[in-house]
Design a protein around this ligand. Structure first.
Ligand code: ARG
Length: 467
């Protein structure tokens, strides 16, 4: 069969041009959405009296048949039919004859492809929010099991102050909460219908765009036909949110890699989530977090790629915009791949509580608290800071930790020290002294866990309403 747009042409397309311009190799992923959109469109054509009802029924029957065949893998897509839209139409016509050619009345591939992408991303955003929610549940589960686990907290990757391991994990729960909220918010801008914009200017047929929107459960229709076919902000927004999610995952990945090294030995990832070395029999490598860390690059790349494609593009549709798809598909696959592994990997991770405790006992991360102790005795903070700096230096030079010092030794640095200092310096005391909202005290972290459960319920409800 010849091209659907062949009328104006006197020559066959060069086959290299066919191959170069075709998108069917990747946009076949949009087959379901394409047919869903066509079913709504043709129903509207019937309702508005643009096509006779009989034709509408024939076309719908044909579309469903094509869909069924695609699902069964019975359709061979063809590069000379360029993209999913024309492949579906060709197959529809093959199925039901020339009446199939009426489907494209009042529509262009420009508003059609945009509609497919909106339908596609709308589903993915819900799916991904659900996966982030699962990861949050794993993190909260581990936090609950580690409400009494004290670990060094770091700044500059240097021991800073002791914290609850649960508190550290709950930081990620907050990060992923923002990610979920960003996806939820983007849904509002994804859930807008471009169809009815035609190629760029609208259509001469008396269509009903709002009826199509209703059938496809879009909240709104695009206000401006040029914008409807040219807008890819919703994809850019998705790619930006995806980049932030990957950045968060890469930070967690880096910590998991560090923590599972022999040097830290804070956690052990389950065997099911690690791989071995082909030469060194003792190795157990954290490949999953390493790869997630590495794959963050391609997700950023996809964002930069599309931003650059769209830069300076004149209105309305330009073929350049076909380049919006592969990066988007790749980003969805990369994110889903990572999230699907992260939730169970975190849930099954073994936390080496005693090793964490040992680390806390052998550091100076309680030093701030002695300064605060002296401040409590009336010494200005700056002077207290100086006193403790000297005390720590003395410890380092004498191979001791603060809790090893005798009261006499303490008193060399300030007469304000008394016996109470030994209680102040206990890691539990240090942690629980930070009893401010959002702080690391056990009571605060337990409250934070409770509040996160309220957020989980809210996400559950949103997911239910948007399935
Ligand atoms: N395959 C095209 C794309 O992905 C569909 C729209 C084509 N429109 C056109 N006027 N050539 O962007």
């Amino acid at each position: 069969m010849s091209k659907l747009w062949g009328g104006r042409f006197t020559k066959q397309t060069n086959h290299l041009v066919d191959e170069y311009t075709a998108s069917i190799g990747f946009d076949q992923k949009l087959a379901e959405e394409d047919i869903q959109g066509s079913l709504a469109h043709v129903t509207m054509l019937g309702k508005c009296g643009i096509l006779p009802q009989e034709d509408v029924e024939t076309i719908k029957g044909g579309l469903n048949k094509v869909l069924e065949k695609i699902r069964k893998g019975e359709i061979e897509f063809s590069v000379s039919d360029e993209d999913i839209h024309m492949n579906v139409e060709k197959n529809l016509i093959a199925e039901i004859g020339p009446v199939g050619g009426k489907l494209h009345t009042g529509r262009s591939r420009n508003d059609q492809v945009a509609t497919d992408m909106h339908l596609y991303l709308r589903k993915r955003v819900v799916e991904l929010s659900g996966m982030l929610y699962e990861l949050q549940k794993s993190l909260i589960g581990q936090a609950r099991d580690n409400l009494d686990t004290i670990v060094p907290g770091y700044t500059h990757l240097q021991r800073a102050q002791p914290i609850l391991f649960a508190h550290h994990l709950m930081a990620y729960v907050s990060m992923f909460q923002r990610d979920i909220e960003r996806l939820m918010d983007s849904y509002k801008r994804i859930n807008v219908l471009p169809l009815g914009a035609g190629a760029l200017a609208g259509t001469t047929f008396p269509i009903d765009r709002h009826f199509v929107a209703e059938q496809l459960q879009f909240d709104r229709v695009y206000e401006n036909s040029l914008d409807a076919v040219s807008d890819r902000d919703f994809i850019l927004e998705f790619l930006s949110h995806a980049s932030i999610i990957m950045m968060h995952l890469s930070r967690l990945s880096e910590e998991l890699v560090l923590w599972s090294s022999t040097e830290f030995n804070f956690i052990e990832l389950d065997d099911a989530f690690c791989t071995g070395s082909s030469i060194m029999p003792q190795k157990k490598n954290p490949d999953v977090p390493e790869l997630v860390r590495g794959k963050t690059g391609r997700v950023y790349g996809n964002l930069m790629g599309l931003l650059t494609v769209l830069k300076s593009l004149p209105l309305a549709y330009n073929k350049d915009m076909q380049e919006d798809k592969e990066g988007m598909f790749d980003t969805v696959a990369t994110l889903e791949g990572a999230l699907q592994l992260f939730a169970p990997m975190i849930a099954t991770m073994k936390v080496n509580k005693s090793r964490m405790r040992e680390a806390v006992n052998k550091d100076f991360s309680n030093a701030t608290d002695i300064a605060d102790f002296l401040v409590g005795k009336g010494l200005p903070f700056r002077q207290a800071h100086e006193v403790i700096g000297k005390t720590v230096l003395y410890c380092i030079q004498n191979g001791k930790y603060l809790l090893d010092l005798t009261l006499e030794e303490f008193k060399q640095f300030s007469p304000l020290f008394d016996d109470a200092i030994y209680e102040v310096l206990q890691p539990e005391t240090v942690v629980n002294a930070r009893n401010v909202y959002g702080g690391t005290a056990t009571e605060q972290v337990a409250d934070a866990i409770k509040r996160s459960e309220v957020l989980l319920r809210m996400t559950e409800q949103w997911l239910e309403e948007h399935q």
